[in-house]
Write a protein that binds this ligand. Structure first.
Ligand code: ARG
Length: 275
């Protein structure tokens, strides 16, 4: 079970070292295979993120990286874990397809007994954001809306469908993150007009991010109560979070951003761990 100490809740995260990280194909507008990638630098940025989580009191488990799967570092896409149940991922692209079974295998070996091989395309926590009483899920670029219903039935938690419209923000976790008190931070222009009305109705106290905040993947953040772990470049968002009483911990993820991922993409939350 998650433990609370002061304003902090201990979380358990799954991460995958970027041992085989590369940009060899382009499945989102951030990826340009002609741009050089410095793998050592990616590993350094990733290690600092992992060490920061541990320094903040969280648990981090690691899945072994697989050669030939350069995007496997983005563990958020490996599944969705709620109340110890694991809804597996089914990737939209052929390049990432083998990651789905690889992550499910890790969960089974780690002792999770309720696992589901999905029928519908979904890229795990990349397109699902879990709040206290419901989950938000995106469609538009990767995850199919039918997967939202599949997840809702399997996890027993209501899922609200949102439509993403800007290809730079192709996963929900690039455009929105959860804040305490059942609210969120998001970039309005990433969503369709209808979805924006849903967000406005559900979250009157939401924090709205600027284009710069979003374009530096500032919304690809992890909030664990008071603490927020986020991209160093998203200064406006950081300032507004501080004014709301948050402690902001900045990380540099620009090497991994060449593949379109930031801090949250590298992080899959295990809610909670099996005993
Ligand atoms: N290159 C990866 C892809 O396009 C990046 C995934 C980022 N992950 C995330 N949760 N947003 O699939």
């Amino acid at each position: 079970m998650a433990r609370t100490s002061g304003a902090r809740t201990q979380r358990h995260f799954l991460m995958c070292p970027p041992t085989h990280f590369a940009v060899e194909y382009a499945i989102n507008p951030w990826m340009d295979p002609s741009v050089a990638v410095d793998r050592d630098r990616a590993l350094d940025q990733w290690s600092r993120l992992r060490d920061l989580y541990r320094a903040l009191g969280h648990r981090v488990s690691e899945i072994a990286p697989i050669e030939g799967l350069p995007d496997m570092v983005f563990a958020a896409n490996g599944g969705l874990v709620v109340d110890g149940r694991v809804y597996g991922a089914r990737f939209a692209s052929a390049e990432r397809t083998p990651e789905g079974p690889a992550y499910l295998d890790w969960f089974r070996k780690a002792g999770y007994t309720e696992t589901r091989e999905p029928k519908h395309v979904n890229e795990g926590e990349g397109d699902f954001v879990v709040l206290d009483t419901l989950a938000l899920a995106a469609t538009g670029f990767r995850t199919e809306a039918a997967a939202h219903q599949e997840a809702e039935r399997f996890l027993g938690r209501p899922v609200v469908t949102l439509q993403l419209v800007d290809p730079r923000f192709y996963h929900l976790d690039t455009a929105l993150f959860a804040l305490p008190g059942n609210t969120v931070a998001y970039y309005p222009q990433a969503f369709s007009a209808g979805s924006l009305r849903v967000l406005e109705a559900l979250f009157p106290d939401a924090l709205l991010a600027t284009e710069h905040d979003a374009a530096t993947l500032g919304l690809n953040s992890v909030c664990t109560g008071t603490d927020v772990v986020m991209a160093a470049e998203a200064a406006d968002l950081a300032e507004r979070l501080r004014r709301r009483g948050h402690t902001v911990h900045t990380v540099h993820m620009d090497e991994l951003r060449k593949a379109g991922g930031g801090a949250k993409c590298c992080t899959l939350e295990l809610r909670p761990t099996p005993d």
